[in-house]
Design a protein around this ligand. Structure first.
Ligand code: ADP
Ligand code: MG
Length: 160
């Protein structure tokens, strides 16, 4: 997959800002896997993305590690899922993960690579790597289309 967007951040607020920008580039309806170690900034980035979508204030977005799914917006515009604590694909299925993929919303999935068999083909991927105490590299890749080329990301009409 081609990397479509790349950020280097040096604080959690910079990561939220990256999220606000990513929110403008992602399609209205998309499934996004967030990959990266514990503390890499997956939840922090999602705070910015949810705010960028106008679904919630960043400070109101908390980790779904124990609750598994959080919803933001009325109607829901962002689902925030964390599969960290799940052990089997069946548990994720029972959570209703696949039902979320049909929703006209952004579905952000921390540890989403754990059960790749559950993911739709056209998944976006955001990889976060910690390169220092407060340094992070964030790379966004778009799904490949059937012709093998990456989906072109473009700012959504009216985004801003
Ligand atoms: P994850 O969801 O990947 O486990 P969190 O977003 O919950 O990670 O936590 C990231 C932690 O790293 C927070 O404590 C945050 O303050 C800290 N941090 C330090 N620098 C950064 C940065 N550049 N971007 C994101 N988080 C950072
Ligand atoms: Mg998290």
């Amino acid at each position: 997959m081609n990397c479509a967007l790349r950020f280097e951040t040096h604080s959690d607020e910079e990561t939220r800002d990256a999220g606000r920008q990513i929110a403008k580039w992602l399609p209205e309806h998309a499934v996004v896997v967030l990959a990266g170690d514990l503390g890499a900034g997956k939840t922090t980035l999602t705070q910015g993305i949810a705010e960028g979508r106008g679904a919630a204030r960043a400070e109101d977005v908390s980790s779904p590690t124990f609750t598994l799914i959080h919803e933001y917006g009325e109607p829901v515009r962002v689902y925030h899922v964390d599969l960290y604590r799940l052990e089997t694909a069946e548990q994720a299925r029972r959570l209703g993960l696949e039902d979320l993929f049909d929703q006209a919303a952004l579905v952000m999935i921390e540890w989403g690579d754990k059960f790749p068999e559950l993911l739709p083909a056209d998944v976006f991927r955001i990889v976060l790597v910690s390169t220092g105490d407060e340094d992070r590299v964030i790379e966004v890749t778009a799904p490949k289309r059937r012709n093998g080329r990456a989906l072109a990301l473009s700012p959504r009409a009216g985004a801003g």
